[in-house]
Design a binder for this molecule. Sequence first.
Ligand code: NAI
Length: 794
Amino acid sequence: MSVATFFDEMSYGPAPEADTEARAWLARHEGKLGHFINGAFVGSASGKSFDTFEPATGKLLAKIAHGGRDDVNAAVAAARKAQGPWAKLSGHARARHLYALARLIQRHARLIAVVEALDNGKPIRETRDIDIPLAARHFYHHAGWAQLQETEFADQAPVGVVGQVIPWNFPFLMLAWKVAPALALGNSVILKPAEFTPLTALLFAELAATAGLPPGVLNVVTGEGETGALIVEHEDIDKIAFTGSTEVGRLIREKTAGSGKSLTLELGGKSPFIVFDDADIDAAVEGVVDAIWFNQGQVCCAGSRLLVQEGVAPVFHDRLKRRMETLRVGHPLDKAIDMAAIVAPVQLQRIEELVAKGVAEGASMHQPKIELPKGGSFFRPTLLTGVQPTSVVATEEIFGPVAVSMTFRTPEEAIQLANHSRYGLAASVWSETIGLALHVAAKLAAGVVWVNATNLFDASSGFGGKRESGFGREGGREGCYEYLKPKAWMGRKLRPEHGSPAPRPAAGDFAVPALDRTAKLFVGGKQARPDGNYSRPVLSPKGKVIGEVGEGNRKDIRNAVVAARGASGWSSATAHNRAQILYYIAENLSSRGTEFADRIAAMSGASAANARAEVEASIARLFSYGAWADKYEGTVHQPPLRGVALAMPEPQGVVGVICPPEAPLLGLVSLVAPLIAVGNRVVAVPSEAHPLAATDFYSVLETSDVPPGVINIVTGPAIELAKALAAHNDVDALWAFGSPELSTLVEKLSVGNLKRTFVDYGKAIDWTDRSAAEGQAFLRRAVDVKNIWIPYGE
Ligand code: NAI
């Protein structure tokens, strides 16, 4: 056959990348790799190992040490020892180390790309052109944050020793996402790669050691889920960062509850890919290729749910099917293919089963008539049309090359369908009308939205989800905070008032006719009688009854949550409007300052001066958050791609607040004010022992134009009401201050819908200390940052 024939046919021939160096690296280790602990490779203490296979052929690649308790202990000890000196290095010195790691990745890019393709089964084109360059970019970018740490994060300290558990879909890139910020900001790391794909993490550790990274700063312990669990449960770890399935994320939330560990979870998704009838259809078709066939669809933010406007659906599906015929499935090292192998037979089986279910539920399946390579785990690119929104394939994460398609008529219906998911990781919107695309982007429940694009990532821009896609952000300034903690919160001890029981009424006290009234609850802008019709006495420090408040129960919480849900207008109100109302509350409180000070003194036994100071501090705090309301703004990230990413802080929604037992007014204001300043609606449970400052506050709220449902107050037993809030699926976040038991309970019970929690483990924040109790640390926790990528410039 002549060259001319090939030119005429444009037929496809394999273009394999050499694997000589990668195989030589494995051979140097004699096909057996140990953990990397304290700067050296060591075998597993138990002598146990497991195998890692080549997904494209099913052949054994290497034997890997299985991490047991002793291995994890050794790694944690090394990390603990190394962390102090590492954090004490200047930011510049750490920046030099990270810069060296970035250069190292670039110098060994081809080797890493080939090892990754062999171990994971993904195309070399992707590891070579996307995963490895992006990983290097993460180290460069975060070298910059290390350099700037002392000025940009002056009020923050590193979290400490960090356990990081990562999945198999982007083994090397996930390593970079986790390791780069952690090390940059002065933490040390114990990393556990996924059992299917441990090789590039070990290769990286080996390279890092040669680059002079101090021993113990980065440790890699290999193993399966069991090893991950040992890391998660280790007492001497300060933070867990996890990427993987929602199922395991939930388990980790439960296991870390009450341990004092901070936690970030990057979990699954079922991301919508919305095509409007004015979209550039060819671009959108190409977008689908990147959304769901990139990495065989094994992408947490894969655009797996196509929502296509009815008018263009036939033409869109036709063109998509035609494009599918041209996709090539082949060996990972073939440079000319689009898709390669699924990571493991068990994943392949899961995909096959889910697709069969979809078909059984009435979907029409389309697969191109392409040959699959023999041996190994392969699956054809697949499109399911005519899918019902409730079908299992429309709701479950398939984690394979399977797009499911549904149609819609109006933008509002598209938003409704898109948000009809327990997940909220990413979304992609296709329209040539900027107004429409940005209107929809703002309404999508997702941590990342791409306009006329999909699957764009960069170290400068935060990535992470809402709802059951987890919490926390990776990348950018917002991601740095996940590896830092405010210095003002460190080392405080439990204050004596904390957890101390409220005084009990003395016998006969109820006979005292000192009660002028029983305070009700405050729900939906109105004072409401508690459901159970019970009330509880409020006592002075000497045990005298000084008032009564309603005894709220689960049903009252439910009513308050309904009222807060209904007040969604607050979240879309202008920041200017919210600021006005905060100032107004402050002003009305100020005009009744003496009355509030007297009440605080009577309730808590505080001196007149201290009580007055608490009222003054509360007024000042309300003014501060009024000031912040229209100044806590987003950022524009400028990734090295065409376009910009708007990092928009968004309210989390309905937030439950359990106020601290002490500082009855200031505690309430310190928590509620930042939350409402950025647009949340609140259900607050005031200090159990001293609730009257909160019930007196009702009339301040009533006269301050606070829209009904924005602030709801339910008095009663803190623990019981915290349980009701934690278990409520319509509560998006829960802030709880008080005893360590309360913190544990709140974290444990918040697993259902993976609420964001903000607790103090009894290490009280001093509410009178402005540097600890006010400002951006609270505002940051009151929002989720949504990164909206939009085309911009050339
Ligand atoms: P997985 O969530 O079980 O594994 C992720 C990592 O967690 C691995 O390193 C694993 O060893 C570790 N792990 C497992 N059990 C653990 C435990 N109890 N404690 C601590 N660490 C633990 O994911 P898997 O089983 O590999 O995949 C199953 C499904 O999960 C996929 O089909 C997909 O739907 C989803 N998934 C989602 C990912 C994402 O990025 N969102 C990534 C990987 C999987």
